[in-house]
Ligand binder design. Sequence first.
Ligand code: 1GP
Length: 288
Amino acid sequence: MPDSAINMRFMTQRLMIAMRRDDETVLTYITKSGEKTRHITLIDPAKQAPKVAAERALTAIESGSSMIFVGGSTDTPDEIVHATCTAIQEMLELRIFAASQSPDSDEDQWKVPVVLFPGGSHALSPAADAITFMMLMNSRERRFLIDEQLKGAPYIDKFDIDPLPTGYLVCHPGGKVGEVGQADLIMPSDVDLVKSYSLTAAMYGFKILYLEAGSGADSPVHEDLIRSAKSTSGLTLIVGGGIRTPDQAKLAADAGADWIVTGTLTEDADDLKDLAYKISAINFFLSN
Ligand code: 1GP
């Protein structure tokens, strides 16, 4: 397809997304205060076909998820990421249309952002509403501090994807992202260090701080770290990695997480019914 046709298709897609979100930007939606702790379902595009990803995303939203992250694996090609974002967005459009035709349905339920959570500058898609534009603050490697961002920024600018300024901190046990990202892991007792990181993030102007224990971690981020980071004002706190049960989600929420992310839980669910049950249980605990 010629470049101009591709650009036209992407711009039309962007317009559809912008119209669906009314006037609120994704950043405003994420950072608004006074909300209970909300839930994000992370979909790794490498782990299922786009259609299955879309079905999982819809089930998650029906069960109370307020945002979909697309990302995770480090080596997923752009095409797979794009096909996954597109499939999710198309299913959301259909649900919004169906809800608009029925007086008993709430269209707004389906107006949740689809946000890229990239492992690097390669896993991008113009069909996303926004991107967590991250600095892996505790990496020892220049690549994760600034180089990947330099590569991705022109693409994000060209396709007008909302960048969400995010400090990303990998905590113990860290998992694969800790290894690949060459992170100096933050230990559960490092409450002063995490405070310094959170202050630094706020001083850089980041709006979001993501505390990550690593996907599939056998223990989530320690609540003392969450509490310490939360004491810095002006940051919206996302916490993920190793959260599988409502109790773990509630512990993180009570310590100050504004958002809880689960990914492995979705991949491990037996089917959509099981997924609905697990995500509903987490959301029930978060709202009580
Ligand atoms: C990974 O924090 C997310 O970046 C989700 O972790 O897969 O352990 O839920 P889990």
